[in-house]
Design a protein around this ligand. Structure first.
Ligand code: FAD
Length: 510
């Protein structure tokens, strides 16, 4: 191989545009991995404008945040203390599917597979045999923990069930960004405050060469990461990558967010309550509760939404509700030339399953995996866009599922959702489950079978059949297995500490 012909030269300067959650989640691992290399150092520069500010609402996460934090070497207790975090075992859904409905989507499974079959195949069989669908949450340890407001990481009180559940965090997003900022700056990242007013591009290649600030400064770079939020300053403003609009599938386009005073019980889960034209979130932190209303202003007014939000608070509102508008969808290319969009600049799907921060983690990980040289081969961009495309679409389908399976017909909004067209990929998923109890997993890095089962059964989509091979397992053995599992979970949860007490203990240690 002739390296002069093929190797484009190492990237020496990365410019991250934007210092929201995405910007600092990108800067931290890049600084850790690239900034201080003894022979090939690479500058990591982040430009942010305090005048524009950040969205700063992302407060609920998936368990993968722990993998991200661990890769940075963050101390888990210190993180809990500094970001006012609480632990998250999953999401409680209220009034989704039908009014009065309640179920839990947990970070975990429903016990170990019995004779190689997922638990739900056996329940469906038991349900048919005994003509009664059991309360499946009794076999999900995180669901039982959430019900009793308990928390402990897998291991300490749960021998034999260590893989049965996982957990994420709720945290104050602006404190988290600050935490990562300190981390990145300590490892050599440079922070520039200023308003970008112009993006310079190479006249022939179209590569971005520099961003120009209002005060005249120019910041040059070899690689640019666009973390400028919804505006997509580089990826759309300069490169016109295009946006795929998914509003027909997900009609919510607005949010109101407001913090309120803490409630006496610190709950280890997010709550999502379906409303007339959207849903309310409730995210418990140590120092406050984060609340919001995601809704469609085509089906309700901003004022009605505001009232629904304020009426649903557990404590006194600590601020005026803040309004955010969005267009659900994704950038057609989130990597184009030498610009990689991460965070809201790459796309947005409403926070019903707390997927945005997870998508940032995925994108940063992929960028490092596919790290380019200065030529930024289009093949790398294609691969990044392929993987991120699958990830965004699988998130979209999973969220659309929450709406499509509704039996609610008490408002125009829910009637629209029940009747709307859905992507073919999701139509197949729903049909497969309804007909056979099987789940099609398109994205191995995304939601797994227990998540689909929890949501579809929680929303009332019961399969007509179960796996015929499950009949080979002795029915009494199945019955005995689930009875023992239920008892084991009940016993283990009794011994666990209260979630609030556990958080206080860990935060004090941090
Ligand atoms: P932003 O926070 O908008 O940051 C943009 C940055 O770009 C800012 O620093 C700004 O100063 C800078 N900038 C822009 N233009 C310029 C310019 N011209 N010059 C200089 N700097 C510039 N995610 C979750 O995972 N869980 C949740 O529970 C969750 N809840 C959410 C609720 C709502 C209502 C919304 C809208 C989002 C939610 N998200 C959630 C998503 C999450 O908030 C975002 O993914 C995350 O905050 C990343 O935002 P960002 O950094 O891409 O953009």
């Amino acid at each position: 191989m002739n390296s002069n012909d093929t190797q484009g030269g190492a990237i020496r300067k990365i410019v991250i545009v934007g210092g929201g959650t995405a910007g600092w989640m990108t800067a931290a691992p890049l600084a850790q991995r690239l900034a201080n290399h003894p022979t090939q150092p690479c500058e990591v520069i982040l430009v942010e404008s305090p005048e524009i500010g950040t969205i700063g609402v992302g407060e609920a996460t998936l368990p993968t945040i722990r993998v991200y934090n661990a890769a940075l070497g963050l101390d888990a207790d210190d993180f809990v203390a500094k970001t006012q975090a609480s632990y998250k075992l999953g999401i409680e859904f209220k009034d989704w599917g039908h009014l009065g409905n309640r179920f839990f989507h947990a970070f975990g499974d429903f016990g170990p597979a019995l004779a190689g079959f997922g638990a739900h195949q056996h329940w469906l069989r038991l349900a048919q045999a005994f003509n009664h669908m059991p309360d499946i949450e009794n076999w999900s340890i995180p669901s039982v923990m959430a019900r009793h407001n308990k928390f402990v990481p897998p291991n300490e009180e749960t021998p034999g069930m260590t893989d049965a559940y996982s957990y994420g965090f709720h945290f104050d997003a602006s404190l988290y960004a600050k935490y990562l900022r300190d981390y990145a700056v300590a490892r050599g990242a440079q922070r520039i405050e200023g308003m970008i007013v112009e993006v310079e591009q190479h006249p022939e290649s179209g590569f971005v060469t520099a961003v120009k600030l209002r005060d005249g400064r120019r910041v040059e770079g070899d690689l640019f990461v666009d973390c400028s939020g919804f505006r997509g300053l580089l990826i759309e403003g300069a490169l016109k990558a295009g946006y795929e609009d998914w509003s027909d599938y997900l009609p919510c386009n607005s949010a109101l967010a407001v913090p309120c005073a803490s409630a006496p019980r610190l709950t280890p889960y997010t709550r999502s309550t379906a409303k007339e034209a959207g849903w309310l979130w409730r995210i418990p932190l140590q120092h406050r509760i984060g609340n919001g209303h995601v809704y469609s202003n085509g089906f309700t007014s901003d004022e009605q939404a505001r009232r629904a939000l304020l009426d649903g608070l557990d404590g006194e509102a600590l601020d005026e509700p803040r309004q955010i508008r969005f267009v659900t969808g994704r950038r057609r290319k989130s990597w184009d030339k030498n610009v990689v969009a991460i965070g809201l600049s790459a796309g947005f799907v409403e926070p019903l399953e707390s997927t945005s921060i997870n998508l940032i983690e995925t994108a940063v990980g992929k960028l490092l995996e596919l790290f380019p040289d200065r030529d930024c081969s289009p093949a790398l961009a294609d691969e990044f866009n392929r993987v991120m495309g699958i990830r965004y679409e699988s998130v979209r389908d999973f969220i659309v599922l929450h709406y499509k399976l509704t039996k609610r017909d008490d408002s125009e909004f829910w009637r629209y959702c029940a009747n709307m067209a859905i992507p073919d990929s999701l139509r197949h998923q729903i049909e497969l489950f309804r007909e056979t109890g099987r789940v099609a997993i398109v994205d191995r890095g995304g939601f797994a079978e227990p998540s689909f089962v929890a949501m579809m059964m929680g929303l009332g989509a019961l399969p007509k059949r179960y796996d015929p091979l499950a009949e080979r397992v002795d029915l009494r053995a199945v019955h005995g297995h689930f009875a023992a599992l239920r008892e084991m979970i009940a016993q283990a949860v009794t011994r666990m500490p209260d979630h609030g007490a556990y958080v206080a203990r860990q935060a004090a240690a941090g």
